[in-house]
Design a protein around this ligand. Structure first.
Ligand SMILES: Nc1ncnc2c1ncn2[C@@H]1O[C@H](COP(=O)(O)OP(=O)(O)O)[C@@H](O)[C@H]1O
Ligand SMILES: [Mg+2]
Length: 320
């Protein structure tokens, strides 16, 4: 793709196969320099595999990729010197404390003992880990661990960082802390490539996103554009008794006359909203049918709904 804007990442026809699995299957990405670019897709879509190729940790089986102007296959050292990676691959030593890990990495990056100490203190304080600094990493909570992972990967401010599902499995408070860190990285001039399974996370952070499925880009744009492709909004319902969900889904389909998605949460349903008037009929109808609900709310579509709208099927994780 020819463009006047300088690209941080450009891939054409990127391929990776594991036996008969086409993990990445002709992936084309054009990631602008600066800001956050989201790679959004369900479990197994090929996000981690793509990132590992871009980070030069996995050889390409096909296609080309450049990162900050360097070809990942022919100039891997140049790519590695400019890019930081966190996620499933961060190499923290569980038996060391947070401070010890950061000091060690600082020394590896060539800081003097004093400079490593200063940088480690800065990072622990910026990430709210001052207290935890003297504890062994194996005793950290998930949220603390994730923050330390990111701190460890920005000891030297990188031009580009790959964050592979940095908030998956975190509670809302820890998730917000990670979001703040991502915003701070961007403010410091780092380009962030972020993978996520959550549309709302992409919405919070990403300037643009590529939705991927089976190793291919199936949609690209701003999250606003993706949501617009689904409809104006979504109805989110949680039933009190999970056994009543199938009946609730059937009833909502009948009243709303739109697809109703059964979410991974066994009590949750979402439906695209085209006609708000029909929504007002749904709650009394559920009540009449003896189905108790704990949530009945209008909001933004989820990744599942965007997916259903793009592919005509739910994210596989949730297909039953
Ligand atoms: N080392 C591997 N060996 C075999 N299959 C793999 C390997 N890594 C990933 N896969 C498969 O490739 C597909 C994409 O996986 P992955 O890139 O981890 O997806 P995501 O990060 O989007 O969840 C999945 O079907 C996964 O099972
Ligand atoms: Mg992954």
């Amino acid at each position: 793709m020819l463009t006047a804007t300088k690209l941080a990442i450009e891939t054409t026809g990127l391929v990776k196969t594991f036996g008969s699995t086409h993990a990445v299957d002709g992936l084309d990405l054009a990631v602008p320099l600066g800001g956050v670019y989201g790679v959004l897709g369900p479990n197994g879509a090929g996000k981690t595999t793509a990132i590992r190729m871009l980070a030069t940790l996995l050889p390409l089986d096909g296609g080309t990729a450049t990162v900050l102007g360097h070809d990942v296959a022919s100039e891997p050292d140049a790519v590695r010197s400019k890019v930081s990676l966190t996620g499933q691959f961060a190499s923290l030593d569980e038996d060391l404390t947070g401070t010890e890990n950061l000091l060690l990495l600082g020394r590896l990056y060539g800081y003097s003992r004093a400079a490593a100490r200063t940088r480690s203190e800065q990072l622990l304080s910026a990430f709210g880990l001052e207290e935890a600094g003297n504890r062994q990493v194996k005793n950290y909570s998930g949220g603390m661990r994730r923050r330390l992972d990111i701190a460890a990967s920005i000891i030297v401010t990188p031009e580009m960082i790959f964050l592979d599902e940095p908030t998956t499995g975190l509670d809302p408070r820890s998730r917000n802390q990670v979001w703040e860190i991502v915003r701070a990285l961007v403010a410091g001039g780092t380009t962030v490539l972020l993978t996520t399974q959550y549309l709302d996370e992409a919405d919070q952070l990403a300037d643009r996103v590529a939705v991927i499925d089976h190793g291919k880009v199936i949609a690209e744009g701003t999250t606003g554009e993706l949501k617009a492709s689904v409809g104006s909004g979504a109805l989110h319902v949680r039933v009190t008794d999970v056994a009543t969900r199938p009946a609730a889904a059937a009833l909502l389909r009948e009243i709303l006359e739109v697809p109703v998605v059964e979410e991974a949460d066994p009590a949750a349903l979402t439906a695209r909203i085209d006609d708000p008037k029909r929504v007002s009929r749904a709650l009394p109808a559920l009540d009449d049918a003896g189905i108790a609900v704990s949530t009945f709310a209008l909001g933004q579509p989820s990744l599942d709904e965007v997916f259903l709208s793009l592919t005509g099927r739910p994210t596989e994780e949730h297909a039953s």
